[in-house]
Ligand binder design. Structure first.
Ligand code: GLN
Length: 475
């Protein structure tokens, strides 16, 4: 058997090679495990590598021999630590769930199992997905494969780094305000936040329930579409899910690309803007029409997100009380048990958000903050609906800077929150959005990846994939 080149292989190629008998799932899985063994000690993308991966690959090869071939038969993948795999630890990179074993599969995971995928391990993240650098993990930061002194982004930093270090063919992340797209941009891979309701949230630990979506991280747009199709669809266990005809839609006209120039101002690194302009030129050169658009309320997105999200966080975190799941610390009485358990189990950022959220939901401030934020959320959504009367896709950079240095923003939560400026709107509006690798910024002798974001119409992942493929030269 030929040596497998993990730097270039894609899901589609691996499937073709397994089909033709050129490669087995066992050989492919072994190659990934060897690569993880080599890179993970520096990068810390995986919190755990599963000891049953080879056994699963053997079972997959058997199924194939028996003629039973799923859409992702024998394909090795990585799963973010907040998505449940029955029998495995799911800790959300938190001390409070350090030894918590999932008792059931997330719907996205059972769909991957049905499709024949192999689970290599669970990936590092910011605790409970709160953060943009994976520095909020209770189990150490994930380092960027392009520069070990820099972050991999977050909160799905482990999943993006796993794919970028050639340690998995694809990974699942979760995206509440950019957590699939921003690390994908920092690590030079493709990351999708699907339309709200496209992918079931059953079995993903809730952060902001009106914002959360599971999304695939891959090397190519073609692969991303395949994973999206596999995990999306109506699920009786999540009442917000949509049937598969309502998502993944392709427009039947030549897509027009809108650019909210007025929003690309302060705080954006010059390298990022130059690269964005070059990306727009590239789109024009391959025949897309681009027009400037106005999104009058978009500058409020970040403020609205940092009210709505902590409000939902504060209520979702209430279930971690030392009784139902995970860590328990004994106190003087049951109320004291709660205090002691939560104080010992949660990290600083989680506590900060619970406090903020409790504040904006408290009776004296509910109208002033939470209700107003929800009203502005509706105005932002209306801006997008209006813009989509004339364009099919809205393009922005994914993040205002390339990967930053580990520790650089640690003591400045606000500057960390500003990282999310381009990504949170897709979550507030429920729209699908993708980050595509768009080039590099030089930092000393290192090349740091940059990302281009496309936001699509509700349910139109297909259009995003089509334009994404032509941008990446995949068609
Ligand atoms: N960086 C954002 C935050 O800290 C996004 C998190 C996410 O998408 N899970 O909230």
């Amino acid at each position: 058997m030929n040596k497998i080149d993990l730097t270039t292989i894609t899901v589609s190629e691996a499937s073709a090679k397994m089909k033709s008998g050129e490669m087995t799932s066992v050989a492919l899985t072994e190659a990934y495990l060897a690569q993880i063994e080599k890179s993970n000690k520096d990068i810390n993308a995986y919190l755990e590598v599963f000891d049953d991966a080879i056994a699963s690959a053997k079972a997959s090869d058997k199924r194939r021999a028996a003629g039973k071939v799923g859409a992702l038969e024998g394909i090795p993948c990585a799963i973010k630590d907040n998505i449940l795999i029955k029998g495995k630890i799911a800790s959300s990179a938190s001390k409070i769930l350090e030894n918590y074993h999932a008792t059931y599969d997330a719907t996205a995971v059972s769909k991957l199992k049905d499709a024949g995928a192999i689970f290599l391990g669970r990936t590092n993240m910011d605790e409970f997905a709160m953060g943009g650098s994976t520095e909020n993990s209770a189990f150490g930061v994930t380092r960027n494969p392009y520069d070990l002194e820099r972050v991999a982004g977050g909160s799905s930093g482990g999943s993006a780094a796993a794919v970028a270090m050639n340690g998995a063919l694809f990974a699942l992340g979760s995206d509440t305000g950019g957590s699939v797209r921003q690390p994908s941009s920092f690590c030079g891979v493709v990351g999708l936040k699907p339309t709200y309701g496209a992918v079931s949230r059953y079995g993903v630990m809730a952060m902001g329930s009106s914002l959360d979506q599971i999304g695939p991280i891959t090397k190519t747009v073609t692969d991303n579409e395949l994973i999206f199709k596999t995990i999306s669809g109506k699920d009786d266990k999540d009442g917000t899910t949509l049937s598969s005809e309502k998502t993944g839609i392709h427009t039947n006209r030549k897509p027009v690309i809108g650019i909210p120039r007025h929003f690309l101002g302060e705080g954006i690194k010059k390298d990022v803007l130059d690269n964005f302009d070059a990306s727009i030129k590239r789109l024009e050169n391959i025949g897309y029409k681009t027009v400037e658009i106005e999104l009058p309320n978009i500058s409020y997105s970040l403020m609205v997100y940092y009210i709505v999200m902590p409000a939902e966080v504060s209520s979702n975190m209430a279930r971690f009380d030392g009784v139902k799941y995970g860590l328990h610390v004994d106190g003087a009485n049951i109320i004291d048990d709660y205090f002691k358990t939560r104080r010992a189990g949660f990290g600083r950022e989680v506590i900060r958000r619970i406090l903020l959220g409790t504040y904006v939901l408290s009776s004296g401030y509910y109208d002033a903050y939470y209700n107003r934020a929800n009203a502005v959320r509706k105005m932002i959504t209306d801006d997008f609906v209006k813009a989509f009367e004339t364009v099919d896709i809205i393009a922005t950079p994914t993040a205002p800077s390339p990967a930053f240095r580990i520790g650089e923003k640690n003591n400045d939560p606000v500057s960390m929150y500003l990282e999310d400026i381009f990504t949170v709107t897709a979550n507030l509006t429920g729209l699908p959005a993708i980050s595509l690798p768009s080039g590099f910024a030089k930092a000393g002798d290192k090349d740091l990846p940059l990302g281009l974001q496309f936001i699509g119409k509700f349910g139109e992942e297909g259009t995003i994939f089509d334009v994404g493929k032509s941008f990446m030269g995949e068609v």
